[in-house]
Design a protein around this ligand. Structure first.
Ligand code: FAD
Length: 483
């Protein structure tokens, strides 16, 4: 595991006093009960042990805190909703945890420019609701949307279910405000679609996992709110059929497919067994897809279009059975089968997880090859693949074999990575599609990308965070430039 910094206790005490003197009382947290809420880790993979956190209410307060940490040489760990899946918001070695959750105002929704201006700690679901109240759509949508923050979404370049149509957080971010590691503020809050006035600096911070600065506010891109949404749950014979259906649906609908999620029968089964899912069809099938079409045009023929897609899908042998939601409640129940998969996997025993992307057309071959290789390594293991197949992202997960001890199973995580990752790379894929690198993949990421990419990552980190104080030991991976 990457060595993490330890701060001299005396320096830490001096910093604590300086923070207390400079910031309002509510912004400095040392009380163990208040700290405990910030130390949980979504997957129970890492222990977080910060003894000092700051929770600024404004950009200026954060700027003061960062300036003081910088002056004392103490590292900082940004934290949003703490829903990340790779340990990126975990504090390990005497860092100051910086909680962004008090900076949570939605400053403006602008339905003329189709933009909104928000602070980094705003909860994603609150942002979606504020956009909807003005007849707009903010299309970033993911399972953790009730608790993740937009700052965390931007810092991790979150994906989710809308990427196929609307892109990931990067595509949805027009402008940014950032507090740099030395406390200076960069105001890049321009609500512009076109701005070629130098390097697009915002992109250095989007997806940087808190390694080069704090995202404090953002200008987001909006779309007209959907007037009609149609959702179906389709039983499929294979991932190949899923791709055939996706292509058919995009073509026949005039590209109105806004979500296309695949899940295996095992994944669906554990949601029904462990997470309250209700299977909506009469017969089980090897695979399923949740398919959603939407349009902002009132009085459209979307339902008829969807029925034509499903009919042709049946005729072409792509679909075995399907149900279309008739009510919002039914739609929620269909989505629950996909969205509760992580929760169900947690309850079904130990799980080994991979967040893979490959070109969309290679998904079936990747799943077949990697599944076979892992089953050869560990007979009886349960493949539990699901994900955002419309954009090439498979959560290529496994649940422990029946009767195996959970810890014994988890001890195989690295060897299974060593089977899965080279196969992903052989398809020109990525071993970190949307969840990021964090602590979880910090040790291995460099082995799975060209050396020159690691070198460039290190150079950018050194340029933007020369003192190495932002989220140390995470994200950029080991490499020559680190020494
Ligand atoms: P945190 O977990 O607090 O932090 C994540 C990273 O960003 C850390 O490295 C942290 O240091 C950094 N960070 C946080 N805030 C800031 C800031 N303001 N400035 C700089 N750095 C910051 N992710 C997807 O991409 N797609 C999904 O479909 C998806 N589904 C999920 C479903 C569930 C049930 C769960 C639990 C998680 C899921 N995730 C998904 C992962 C997670 O929700 C996202 O990564 C989310 O974007 C993290 O936001 P957060 O506010 O919780 O960030």
């Amino acid at each position: 595991m990457t060595a993490l910094p330890q701060t001299d206790p005396q320096t830490f005490e001096t910093l604590k006093d300086a923070l207390r003197a400079a910031l309002p009382e509510a912004a400095v947290i040392t009380d163990p009960d208040r700290l405990a809420a910030l130390l949980a880790e979504e997957r129970d993979l890492f222990e977080s042990n910060a003894t000092l956190a700051v929770a600024p209410a404004t950009t200026e307060e954060l700027s003061i805190a960062a300036r003081l940490c910088h002056a004392h040489g103490v590292p900082m760990v940004p934290q949003g909703g703490n829903t990340g899946l790779v340990g990126g918001a975990v504090a390990k070695g005497g860092e100051v945890l910086v909680s962004m959750t008090r900076m949570n105002r939605i400053r403006a929704v602008d339905p003329i420019n189709y933009t909104m201006t928000v602070e980094a700690g705003a909860i994603l679901a609150d942002i979606q609701n504020a956009a909807a109240a003005e007849g707009c759509l903010f299309p970033l949508s993911l399972g953790a949307e009730g608790s993740c923050t937009i700052g965390g979404n931007i810092a991790s370049n979150a994906g989710g279910i809308g990427v196929l149509k609307y892109g990931n957080a990067r595509e949805l971010t027009l402008g940014l405000e950032v507090v740099l590691p030395d406390g200076r503020i960069w105001n890049g809050m321009r609500p512009l679609l076109k701005d070629n006035s130098g390097f697009a600096l915002k992109h250095l911070f989007i997806g940087s996992e808190g390694s080069v600065g704090f995202v404090t506010a953002a200008v987001l891109k909006l779309f007209p709110a959907p007037a009609e949404v149609q959702t179906a749950f389709c039983a499929l014979p294979s991932p190949e059929a899923a791709l055939g259906l996706l292509s058919l649906a995009r073509r026949l609908s005039g590209d109105q497919v806004t979500a296309f999620e695949l899940l295996s029968d095992f994944a669906c089964g554990i949601v029904c067994d462990h997470a309250g899912g209700v299977f909506p069809l009469s017969e089980r099938a090897p695979w399923y897809a949740v398919v959603e079409l939407s349009t902002s045009r009132k009085g459209s023929d979307l339902r008829e279009v969807f029925e034509t897609i499903l009919e042709q899908g049946f005729e072409n042998g792509l679909i075995e059975d399907a149900v279309v939601a008739e009510t919002l409640d039914q739609r929620d129940r269909l989505w629950a089968l996909r969205e509760r998969t992580p929760e169900a996997q947690k309850r079904a025993g130990g799980s080994i997880k991979h967040d893979i992307s490959v070109p969309v057309s290679d998904i079936p071959a990747f799943i077949a090859k990697a599944t076979q290789a892992v089953e050869d390594y560990m007979p009886g293991i349960h493949p539990c693949a699901f994900g955002h197949v419309g954009d090439g992202n498979v959560h290529f997960n496994f649940t422990q074999p029946d009767g195996m001890d959970k810890q014994d199973f988890l001890a195989h995580w690295d060897p299974i990575n060593e089977i899965v990752y080279p196969i992903a790379l052989s398809f020109n894929g990525s071993i970190s599609a949307e969840h990021g690198v964090g602590l979880l993949k910090a040790d291995e990421i460099s082995a799975y990308r060209p050396e020159i990419e690691t070198e460039l990552n290190h150079r950018l980190k050194a340029a933007l965070d020369p003192a190495g104080l932002m989220n140390p030991g995470k994200f950029i991976g080991k490499g020559k430039a680190q020494s």
